[in-house]
Ligand binder design. Structure first.
Ligand code: FPP
Length: 273
């Protein structure tokens, strides 16, 4: 079932500026993660950075297992930013090898477990063998609906918004759209992951408190959670702590607390407020 299917009451309650306030979620539908700290994890062990990335790939599996266990419906991982191409050639090469190996090793199993794999970002910059594996993984898993795993690779949030602006300009130039029809919904429909609810929860490991050009449009009302834990040390306990914290937050979408609970009780009765 797609995440936007109205049959799922949690999904149909997802807010946009025109829609009602949703019920609070115990478990986020969509989690987006900046997996930071691989380099420092390796440095602490006096090992090359590539070893940290390899350990980071193992933590990706911990995270996917957790999402499947908890019924989280979408997971977006920032694997490689548009800026990461500027890292030392040796590190970029090691990451490319790691991506290739992970695609070869993991995709069948992800498919078996009902995971839909997709990639966002400028894949034209990747070598042909990786591009072919990305395409094959997407094709193989496209009908899976248990968990959508989006890997942001050669991705930048500004680049994403610029591409949406370009698509809008093309639609206007071709006469498919009038300038006055350009609104938030028109932009939202053209950024990455437009068919998913925006992330409910953003997690960044590694101790830095910034968004670093990830999902800039999509994170507007996302709850942000930061941890000192380095990505390769990620475990289920850390993820549980993030989910607990998320569940305790009041999401107000720019309204007051009274308004939010008032809208909820009028929509669903006092039992759901
Ligand atoms: C940031 O840590 C991490 C990356 C740029 C790469 C992320 C890659 C993985 C987790 C491995 C494989 C991923 C997949 C999807 C198979 P950093 O190197 O910036 O760490 P530092 O801040 O400690 O230097």
């Amino acid at each position: 079932m797609p995440l936007t299917d109205a049959a799922d009451s949690r999904d149909s309650a997802f807010p946009n500026p025109q829609s009602p306030i949703p019920n609070p979620l115990d478990v986020p539908r969509h989690v987006a993660i900046i997996m930071d700290g691989n380099g420092r994890w390796a440095a602490r062990r006096r090992r090359p950075r590539a070893i940290g990335h390899r350990a980071g790939a193992r933590a990706v599996n911990v995270c996917i297992d957790f999402c499947l266990d908890q019924g989280i419906r979408a997971l977006t991982l920032f694997a490689f930013s548009s800026e990461n191409w500027g890292r030392p050639e040796e590190e970029v090469g090691a990451l490319m090898k790691l991506f290739l190996a992970a695609l070869d090793r993991e995709v069948e199993e992800l498919h078996r477990r009902g995971v839909q794999v997709r990639f966002i970002g400028d894949r034209t910059r990747f070598p042909a063998d990786i591009r072919a594996r990305m395409q094959a993984a997407e094709t193989l898993t496209r009908d899976n609906a248990r968990l959508t795993l989006a890997i942001a690779a050669s991705y930048g949030g500004r680049q994403d918004i610029a591409a949406a602006a370009r698509a809008l300009a093309e639609d206007v130039a071709a006469g498919r759209l009038r300038p006055e029809q350009i609104d938030e919904a028109a932009v939202a429909a053209r950024v990455a992951l437009a068919d998913l609810p925006p992330p409910d929860l953003f997690i960044r490991t590694g101790g830095d408190c910034r968004i670093s050009n990830f999902l800039l449009w999509q994170l507007a009302y996302t709850e942000l959670w930061f941890t000192q834990t380095l990505w390769p040390d990620l475990d289920a306990a850390t993820l549980h702590a993030a989910i607990r914290d998320f569940g305790a937050r009041e999401r107000r979408y720019g309204l007051t607390g009274e308004q939010v609970s008032g809208v909820r009780s009028s929509m669903h009765g006092s039992a759901t407020t």
